[in-house]
Design a protein around this ligand. Structure first.
Ligand code: TEU
Ligand code: CA
Length: 535
C-alpha cells in the first residue's frame, strides 16, 4: 500500500541520533555540547544525513542524563545556552536539515518547579501534577530498581516514579498537566523545530486503581491532545512504545489519527533475548524474520515503519548479532544493507556509521548509567552474584556501552575533548574512530554514504513494494523492492561463506561491501550487495 504524502516525505529523511553528552565537546569541560554538534554538521551532511534526533538537551540535574527534565523550555547548563540552540536550529535549517527533539512527557525531574511546588502540600496549583498517596497503593517496581513509590517527608505522602527516584511521574489525568505539556510543545514549535521523539509514550496514561501501568484508557486522548492540533500537524513524531499489535499501532500512527507518525518498538531487537543482561548472541535469522513481519504489516496498513538497530539504550547491534572483531567492517555494512534499504524511515545512532562496537569496561567504577548500577547492586545483594559475574552481565547489557564519547580520531581523548571525558572513552577508540575509518581502504562511513545515496536516488527503496526471497531456513536475508516497473535486489549473507543463487538475473551490483561484480555466486561471511534486477 502506498504511504500518504506526509509519510512518503518522511521516508526521504535519513535521521541521525545524537546523544549530546557524548558527541562532541567544544569547550573542554569533558561533556558534549550544542556548539560541538554545530561543528560536526558538515560531517553529517557529507554522510547523507538530513535530520537529527537529539536526546534531551533541557535543564536537568542528570539523574538519568537528561531524561529527568527540570525545565522543558531551557537548555541544560552543560550543553550551552538558548542562543546556542537558536544557532543550531539556524545552521541545520540552512543545510536543509530537520531537528527532532526528545520530549519526555511521562515524568519530570524532582527538581522541576512543578514538583518542588507540588510536594509543598495539597493547597497549591501543582498539587495534583503528580501521583500522591498516603500509603503505597500497589507493589509496583521501578525500572531502575526498588519500589516505584517514594515517601516524601515534606508532603508526608508517597509519589510514583516508574524510573529513578528523581523522575516523578506526571499525572496526565489532571487537565493542567495536559495544558502545561501543550505549552512546552508550542514553545519549541514556535522555535521552528521539525519534530519530536516521545519518550515512553505508552506510560502517560495509567489506571492505578486497576493496576494499569501504561497503555491506559486515555492514552490516545492524551497523544491527540499533544499532536492533533493545527500547529503540530506538520511535525514528524516518533513515539517510543511497547506496542507490538498492528491494530494498536494503527490507532497510534494512522495518517488520520492526529497522533504520532511512527513508533519505536523493539520487537526486531529482542531476537529471542531472555533479559537484557543475560549474555546471548542475537540470531540474525530471528532479526530478519521479525523485521520482515513488521515490514509486511506496516506496508499492508500504510503505516510508516522506523528502521533502526541501535540507540542510546542498546549496546551496539553489531556486537550483539555479528562479529565485531575480525569481521567488524563486513558485519557493520551487511546489517546496514539489511535494514536501511527496507521501507520506512532510517535512524542511524552516532558511531554506527563507523562500525563502532559496544564498549567494555574493566570495573564498575567506569559505569555511569543509573539503570545498570541499580541492576549491578541487585545482582549482588538480591541474586547472590559475585562482583565479577555481575560486572560481566552489566558489560553485556548496560546502556553505557553505547554512551561512550564519540571517537573522532586515535588521539588520547579520541578527539572528543581536550580534558577528562565524563565517561571513559571506548577501549577500542584508537583502533575504531572516524579518522581511521575514513583512511581505511574499506570504510564503513563511505559505505553508508553510498547506501544513503542509492536509497535517495531510487524510489524503489523509499516507496517500492517489499518482497521476501529468502526462505525461513536460509542463512541470508534477500529481498526485492519494486516501484514503477523497476526492481532492485538486496542480498545480505549471514555468518557462513556460501554460494547464493538468485531466482533472477541482475546487473552488476550498484552497492557491494566487498566490491563484488556479480549479484549471485560465492558470498563471504557478512557480504552484501544491492543490484538492479534484469526484467
Ligand atoms: O527508555 C524507556 C525504556 O524503554 C527503558 O525502560 C528501557 O527499557 C531501558 O532504558 C533499556 O534498557 C526511555 C529512554 O530511552 C531512556 O534513556 C530513559 O532512561 C527512560 O526512558 C526514562 O526516561
Ligand atoms: Ca562541553
Amino acid at each position: 500500500m502506498q504511504l500518504c504524502k506526509k509519510y512518503r516525505d518522511f521516508t526521504r529523511m535519513n535521521i541521525y541520533q545524537i546523544y549530546p553528552r557524548s558527541f562532541m565537546d567544544s569547550n573542554g569541560d569533558g561533556i558534549g555540547d550544542l556548539q560541538g554538534i554545530i561543528s560536526k554538521l558538515d560531517y553529517l551532511q557529507e554522510l547523507g544525513i538530513n535530520a537529527i534526533w537529539m536526546c534531551p538537551c533541557f535543564k536537568s540535574p542528570n539523574a538519568d542524563n537528561g531524561y529527568d527534565v527540570a525545565d522543558y523550555c531551557d537548555i541544560m547548563d552543560e550543553f550551552g545556552t538558548m542562543a546556542d540552540m537558536d544557532e543550531l536550529i539556524a545552521e541545520m535549517h540552512s543545510r536543509g536539515m530537520k531537528l527532532i527533539l526528545d520530549l519526555v512527557p511521562n515524568h519530570t525531574s524532582n527538581e522541576h518547579k512543578w514538583f518542588r511546588e507540588s510536594r509543598k502540600g495539597k493547597d497549591n496549583p501543582y498539587s495534583d501534577f503528580y501521583y500522591w498517596y498516603d500509603e503505597k497503593p500497589n507493589d509496583w517496581k521501578a525500572s531502575f530498581g526498588g519500589s516505584a513509590w517514594e515517601y516524601d517527608e515534606l508532603r508526608g505522602q508517597y509519589y510514583l516514579h516508574m524510573f529513578a527516584v528523581g523522575q516523578p511521574d506526571l499525572n496526565w489525568d489532571n487537565p493542567e498537566v495536559v495544558k502545561a505539556m501543550q505549552g512546552v510543545i508550542d514553545f519549541w514549535v514556535e522555535k521552528g523545530i521539525d519534530g519530536f521523539r516521545i519518550d515512553v509514550i505508552d506510560l502517560i496514561s495509567k489506571d492505578i486503581a486497576n493496576g494499569v501501568k501504561g497503555l491506559g484508557p486515555r492514552l490516545h486522548e492524551y497523544i491527540h491532545d499533544m499532536f492533533g492540533r493545527d500547529n503540530t500537524a506538520h511535525l514528524f513524531t516518533v513515539g517510543e512504545s511497547v506496542v507490538k499489535d498492528i491494530e494498536e499501532m494503527k490507532r497510534h500512527c494512522g495518517e488520520d489519527r492526529g497522533e504520532v507518525s511512527t513508533l519505536f518498538q523493539f520487537d526486531h531487537l529482542e531476537c529471542g533475548r531472555a533479559d537484557k543482561f543475560t549474555p546471548k548472541k542475537d540470531s540474525l535469522r530471528t532479526f530478519r524474520d521479525t523485521l520482515v513481519y513488521w515490514q509486511q504489516q506496516t506496508d499492508e496498513n500504510g503505516l510508516l515503519y522506523s528502521l533502526f538497530t541501535d540507540n542510546h539504550d542498546q549496546p551496539a547491534f553489531i556486537s550483539r548479532a555479528g562479529n565485531d572483531r575480525e569481521l567488524r567492517y563486513e558485519t557493520a555494512t551487511d546489517i546496514a544493507a539489511m535494514i536501511y534499504l527496507l521501507k520506512g524511515v532510517p535512524f542511524i545512532y552516532q558511531g554506527q556509521e563507523i562500525g563502532m562496537p559496544a564498549a567494555h569496561y574493566d570495573n564498575i567504577d567506569c559505569f555511569d548509567d543509573v539503570e545498570c548500577l541499580g541492576a549491578y547492586r541487585e545482582m549482588i545483594t538480591e541474586k547472590g552474584l559475585s562482583e565479577a559475574e555481575a560486572l560481566e552481565k552489566v558489560n553485556f547489557g548496560s546502556r553505557d556501552n553505547a554512551r561512550h564519547p564519540m571517537a573522532w580520531d586515535g588521539s588520547a581523548k579520541c578527539g572528543f575533548t581536550t580534558s577528562e571525558p565524563w565517561l571513559i572513552e571506548h577501549s577500542r577508540a584508537a583502533e575504531v574512530n572516524v579518522a581511521s575509518d575514513l583512511a581505511a581502504e574499506r570504510s564503513v562511513y563511505r559505505f553508508y554514504q553510498q547506501l544513503l545515496k542509492l536509497r535517495g536516488e531510487n524510489d524503489a527503496f523509499t516507496d517500492g513494494r517489499f518482497e521476501l526471497i529468502s526462505k525461513p531456513e536460509d542463512d541470508h536475508f534477500i529481498y526485492t523492492r519494486t516501484q514503477d516497473g523497476e526492481k532492485w535486489a538486496v542480498i545480505c549473507n549471514f555468518e557462513k561463506d556460501q554460494q547464493i543463487k538468485l531466482p533472477f538475473d541482475c546487473e552488476e551490483p550498484a552497492l557491494a561491501n566487498l566490491g563484488r561484480k556479480t549479484a549471485d555466486g560465492a558470498y563471504a561471511a557478512y557480504e552484501c550487495a544491492a543490484a538492479k534486477v534484469l526484467q
